[in-house]
Ligand binder design. Sequence first.
Ligand code: AMP
Length: 249
Amino acid sequence: MKVLVPVKRVVDFNVKVRVKSDGTGVDIANVKMSMNPFDEIAVEEAVRLKEKGVVTEIIAVSCGEAKCQETLRTAMAIGADRGILVETTEELQPLAVAKLLKALVDKEQPSLVILGKQAIDDDANQTGQMLAALADLPQATFASKVEIAGDKATVTREVDGGLETIALSLPAVITTDLRLNEPRYVTLPNIMKAKKKQLDTVSPADLGVDVAPRLKTLKVSEPPKRGAGIKVPDVATLVDKLKNEAKVI
Ligand code: AMP
């Protein structure tokens, strides 16, 4: 059973992002980039399924600049068997990525596509859902537990006030939530091994996909600065201020 795992190169989650002074986007020059954390969870889940003997091949895919090769090497160091880079310098929006992935699903015929639930840079939370629609596959989003038996998957999802368990038949699309697993540390020997794994590069044109953006970002701005706090002498003043100034009680 083949699994396709799309991995996105994003600004590292520890970096405090800065908005460009002209408001056109976020400054990513000289900023540490890493694999989207939800995608690490997706790779880890695929590797665990392989370790259980359910999965035979894991293919990591990244769409973007040549530097996404680093992200693919990380995926291969976690345990993916090979990588595909869909190389382009164009800005890629979720619909374009979903179309590229759909073309790869047609080509590779995986039984499962495991994506992150969202990329932490644009917070779109759209690609998995769009891919499922374009490829006409069942989808289970925000998975916190995945079980595969034969050609069926049982997925537990975290929903408001509890857990929902759904059954779907393979092939299917699953997106990962934070509590699905804790990704393993990448070891040096595995980083070295990953360097020798197969990494193919294709272009959107090779896949017959037009990736032209459909949406235009009008403006990106910083959240408003928080005002300085004050110290109050006693509880009575605090209650008075909460009631009459902040009007929150
Ligand atoms: P988004 O819909 O942008 O929040 O992204 C959801 C998921 O889609 C991510 O966690 C990745 O698994 C996948 N994805 C999005 N963009 C890319 C990309 N450029 N390359 C590979 N995978 C991507």
